[in-house]
Design a protein around this ligand. Structure first.
Ligand SMILES: Cc1cc2nc3c(=O)[nH]c(=O)nc-3n(C[C@H](O)[C@H](O)[C@H](O)COP(=O)(O)OP(=O)(O)OC[C@H]3O[C@@H](n4cnc5c(N)ncnc54)[C@H](O)[C@@H]3O)c2cc1C
Length: 187
């Protein structure tokens, strides 16, 4: 997952956006919750916070988190946890520390929409696979018409599956079309 100038991106977000864009019942804004420390259990995260706060006991909260988070994320996390950025580390209560751990395990972002179609990675919809002969990719409705790739109603997670689908269907369609017996035109 990536934080970008327009919002969040990266493979996991692309996968989620596919579900969000697909579901007609889904309406924006949506809440997205991000576990910023997936490798740490709540208990381990709390122990880590205690260690860091001991190390930075004379600093302000924003500086107490510099070993744990990228600099620009710190104020956002503190704001969501309800801890003042300039709160001295030695005045952060146990409850506040737990709120901080909760925020780190479920940072809440509001998603206002997906990026425009021009930036889409894959399109959903197209020619139904039910109308295509899978052995040749020829239309079942219109003879001598072949389909491959994006024009077919198939879409998959990012990671090479869509390219593979385009290559495979393109190979089958091309081979089948080239080897089809020519039907002489009338006149
Ligand atoms: C930014 C981006 C990243 C992607 N990353 C991945 C990835 O990591 N993994 C993955 O599996 N898939 C990925 N995809 C999806 C993948 O690229 C497509 O699914 C795949 O290229 C579809 O192949 P296609 O041949 O059906 O269509 P396209 O690759 O779109 O090819 C269609 C071609 O037809 C041409 N064309 C259009 N109209 C006409 C016309 N009237 N006359 C002549 N030519 C025309 C176009 O110029 C184009 O060259 C990505 C797509 C984008 C946009």
């Amino acid at each position: 997952m990536l934080f970008t100038h327009f919002g969040v991106s990266g493979p996991i977000i692309l996968m989620l956006s596919m579900a969000a864009a697909h579901k007609k019942a889904c309406t924006f804004p949506m809440q997205l919750r991000i576990d910023l420390k997936p490798a740490l259990s709540k208990e381990k995260l709390d122990a880590r916070l205690r260690r860091d706060f001991e190390k930075y006991i004379r600093k302000e909260a924003a500086n107490g988190l510099k070993d744990l988070l990228p600099q620009r994320l710190i104020p956002i996390v503190l704001d969501q946890a309800g801890i003042a950025r300039d709160c001295p580390v030695n005045q952060i209560s146990r409850e506040q520390r737990q709120d901080l751990a909760d925020t780190l395990k479920a940072l809440s972002l509001t998603v206002t929409g997906t990026r425009p179609i021009e930036e889409a990675i894959v399109t959903a919809g197209g020619i139904s696979v039910k109308e295509i002969n899978p052995k040749t990719m020829e239309s079942k409705l219109v003879p001598n018409l072949y389909f491959a790739g994006e024009v077919i109603d198939i879409d998959a997670f990012t990671g090479g599956y869509n390219l593979q689908a385009a290559f495979s269907t393109g190979f089958v369609a091309g081979t089948a079309a080239a080897t089809k017996e020519c039907i002489p035109c009338e006149n």
